[in-house]
Write a protein that binds this ligand. Structure first.
Ligand SMILES: Cc1ncc(COP(=O)(O)O)c(C=O)c1O
Length: 388
């Protein structure tokens, strides 16, 4: 049987040995919970979490207390909505802006607010001729969800200019960047972007599932959205609470309590420690092994020779999406699948861009550091045989 050719990095990346080893070593040799113990092992785990946080902070050019560990991008994107809508100053007559590049995880939490009457209006930014967010169409908005790279079109957006244009219209706009795909191919610089929130998932950069990063710029501005162990500094009387260093004081409860500072105030409950341990080698690996996009260019050139194939992405994109005249994407996925070639087919949880393109679904090929030129030569050959 042929070896598997895994061309679905944009869904989830395969894991480098360094990640697997770091997680195994942690589980076998140094496992304990974090933020709870005083024994040497617990302290060592606290230090590991601290180190991972510093690593992520450096990776995205943030301060380490602005880095919150979540369970993934979807979790982060939902939490941002929960955080914002639970602030005393939140006003349901606000509006929010989106674009058709959005993944369901970025936009549905906001659309659910519309359904519940908790926000007034959705405003859509236009796309330009390259299907990038048209900077001259950026509206005046209170909240702005920006997809830094579509998981269907694979083009890096000019996030800095997009945010600058939004701030020109409303200096108080709150900007939320979904960097889930962007992070795989480009360096993130949250300070340069000037964003308020940013998310990505660990599993797309070679770390494990179950860990994500949420960047929060204004660590003191927001009440927390989740409550439990680890996020509260003291549950005591008012005098004691006032003396406590830290975040927000909660009164009129069974006792008076005060939250910890960021980032702990955002991290109620036990963290995904094993996955956090794996994040550090995953970042190291990614930084020196970004996917080779020449493989995508090769496929682009080969598939553009097939008459029935319609390419939907540009040659310099980070991935390749296409449809075939007279064939359903699911059939193509299945025909490639039985030949041990793994691609993604369907709407990729990005219905709006498919609607914009006027197609119900696409076939998507995306590469990771493990893919070779031979993989794409074989794939192009097999697609030619299937499509003819
Ligand atoms: C652009 C984009 N945003 C958000 C997500 C959601 O990521 P996760 O499923 O890891 O939470 C994905 C995953 O495919 C994505 O591609």
């Amino acid at each position: 049987m042929n070896k598997i050719i895994y061309l679905d990095a944009a869904a989830s990346a395969l894991k480098p040995d360094s990640v697997i080893k770091a997680e195994r070593d942690f589980l076998q040799k140094s496992y304990a919970n974090s933020g709870r113990g005083v024994c040497a092992r617990s302290v060592a785990v606290d230090n590991m979490v601290k180190h991972a946080r510093e690593k992520v902070a450096e990776f995205i050019n943030a301060e380490s207390n602005q880095v919150v560990f979540t369970s993934g991008a979807t979790d982060g994107l939902n939490r941002i909505v929960n955080i914002l809508t639970s602030q005393p100053w939140y006003n349901p007559s606000a509006n929010f802006a989106v674009s058709d590049l959005d993944h369901h995880s970025a936009r549905l939490p906001w659309e659910a607010l519309l359904h519940h009457g908790k926000i007034r209006k959705l405003i859509k930014c236009d796309l330009d001729k390259n299907l990038d967010i048209a900077i001259d169409s950026i509206p005046k908005t209170d909240f702005f969800v920006i997809t830094a790279m579509s998981n269907v079109l694979g083009r890096a957006q000019d996030v800095k200019s997009i945010i600058a244009a939004a701030r020109k219209k409303n200096p108080n706009v709150i900007t939320i960047v979904d960097a889930s795909q962007y992070v795989v191919h480009n360096k993130i610089n949250v300070q340069e972007w000037d964003c308020d929130f940013m998310v990505f998932s660990g599993h797309k950069i070679g770390a494990d599932t179950g860990v994500g990063v949420l960047y929060i710029r204004d660590t003191k501005k927001y009440f927390p959205d989740k409550f439990g162990g680890g996020m509260v500094l003291s549950v005591a009387d008012m005098a004691h609470a006032k003396e406590s260093r830290g975040g927000w004081i909660y009164q009129n409860c069974s006792s008076c309590w005060v939250t910890a500072d960021a980032p702990e105030k955002w991290e109620a409950g036990t963290l995904p420690l094993t996955q956090i341990v794996g994040l550090v080698p995953a970042i190291d690996y990614l930084e020196s092994n970004r996917p080779n996009l020449d493989l995508i260019k090769y496929l682009y050139d080969e598939l553009s020779k097939i008459k029935r194939v319609k390419l939907l992405t540009l040659r310099d994109s980070a991935l390749l999406s296409f449809i075939v005249d007279g064939m359903h994407p699911l059939d193509i996925g299945a025909l490639l699948g039985v030949r041990n070639i793994c691609v993604r087919v369907g709407n990729m949880c990005a219905s709006w861009v498919h609607k914009y393109l006027g197609v119900p679904g696409t076939v998507r090929i995306s590469v990771g550091a493990w893919n070779t030129m031979d993989d794409v030569i074989q794939t192009a050959e097999i697609i030619k045989q299937i499509v003819k």
